[in-house]
Design a protein around this ligand. Structure first.
Ligand code: KG4
Ligand code: ZN
Length: 358
């Protein structure tokens, strides 16, 4: 049964590549956002729909995987329908279906992947699995229509902190990575220790706005030296210890100063290593990707460092920084342009293929 489907999918994929303005439906459900988007010719976002579960998980101080899967199941039909309606199209008008199949919470991924498979099978459309990290990188193509590989990319999200050499649209080389916590994870954990709600990154950024980044002497490990790896766990522990010691002594601590000092240590590490990686590779463009790319202090710090060395700096529009489906559709387009579609036996995977390169 599935073979007849796949033969049709191959024909439709060949047709996709020939069309001047093919439409691709993207679906994202890897963590706590249920999202769908319709993208034309790889870079033009025709419609986007997102249901965020943040208010639900905020009650627990972090993402509860079982609740996330359940909410995706409840919402996915409505979110996909909304994206199609906003685009003024039906499933029949869509030329391919792309979905995040790795990395992420396995139960959450399963919802999107199963749904996308069902749509692709029923409508006889090519089905394409996309790695979420490559999707984050592709968010830059939406903001910069003329951006083409090669370029260096610093990916900083809740689960990953990678320096990636983007050699082609579907060709990536891992240059550096975190040895422990991801940058976003460190933001979330430090914010939680300060009593801020989930997700901590944006809350900590707000708090840091009124603070003095020189107030506390904080830094990350591996700052010096030749390598491109990061470590954020020691920094997180240092902040938690400062809070703890002050609490034990009954001392008042200026949390805005502490937030600003922490934020500067993270943004310094991400900036210095990624700009150096671009320069040493002889690349003239550095892009930023992942949820932490919404951090204004990081965007400004990277812009300044890039200006210093004559490197072009790219970062996604705010709405495409955190999880969304337009970026998945965008990367899905480039996948289908360069390889055959996936079979419906494709399984979701909790790990990124970039983690496999380590
Ligand atoms: O990419 P994303 O939406 O989900 C994952 O793929 O992980 O990233 C979410 C992460 C969270 O850790 C969140 O706290 C962080 O990105 N984040 C921020 C900001 N906005 C989101 N971190 C620092 N400053 C922000 N403004
Ligand atoms: Zn993400």
């Amino acid at each position: 049964m599935s073979d007849a489907y796949y033969e049709k999918a191959l024909i439709r994929a060949a047709e996709y590549r020939k069309k001047p303005a093919p439409l691709i439906l993207g679906i994202e459900s890897s963590c706590d956002e249920t999202a769908a988007a319709v993208v034309r010719a790889g870079r033009e976002v025709v419609s986007a729909s997102v249901h965020t579960q943040i208010p639900i998980h905020r009650l627990y101080g972090g993402v509860v995987p079982e609740i996330a899967s359940r909410s995706h199941t409840e919402r996915i039909t409505g979110v996909v329908r909304d994206a199609l309606e906003k685009a003024g199209v039906t499933l029949a008008d869509i030329d391919a279906v792309a979905v995040t199949y790795r990395p992420g919470l396995i139960g959450a991924l399963l919802v999107g992947v199963s749904y996308a498979k069902g749509l692709a099978f029923a409508a006889e459309k090519p089905f394409i699995g996309v790695d979420h990290i490559t999707g984050h990188i592709a968010a830059n193509y939406i903001t910069y229509p003329e951006l083409t590989p090669p370029f260096m990319c610093i990916v900083a999200s809740g689960g990953h902190s990678h320096i990636v050499k983007v050699k082609g649209y579907t060709e990536f080389e891992l240059i550096g990575r975190t040895r422990d916590d991801a940058a976003g994870e460190a933001f979330d954990k430090v914010a939680r220790a300060m009593g801020l709600p989930y997700p901590g990154g944006p809350e900590l950024e707000k708090l840091a706005k009124g603070g003095d980044p020189d107030a506390f002497r904080l830094h990350t490990a591996f700052n010096e030296g030749e390598g491109f790896d990061f470590s954020f766990s020691g920094l997180k522990t240092a902040v938690v210890n400062i809070l703890h010691n002050a609490g034990q002594k009954g001392e008042e601590i200026n949390k805005a100063d502490l937030a600003a000092s922490f934020q500067r240590a993270v943004t310094d590490a991400l900036t210095i290593k990624s700009v150096r990686a671009a320069r040493e590779a002889g690349l003239t463009t550095l892009a930023l990707a992942g949820g932490v790319s919404a951090n204004t202090a990081l965007r400004e710090r990277l812009q300044r460092e890039c200006d210093k060395y004559g490197v072009r700096f790219c970062r996604p529009d705010m709405k495409y920084c955190t999880d969304n489906a337009a970026m998945i559709a965008c990367q899905g387009h480039y996948e289908i342009m360069s390889r055959e579609p996936d079979e419906l036996s494709l399984d979701p995977n909790a790990a990124s293929f970039l983690q496999m390169q380590q």
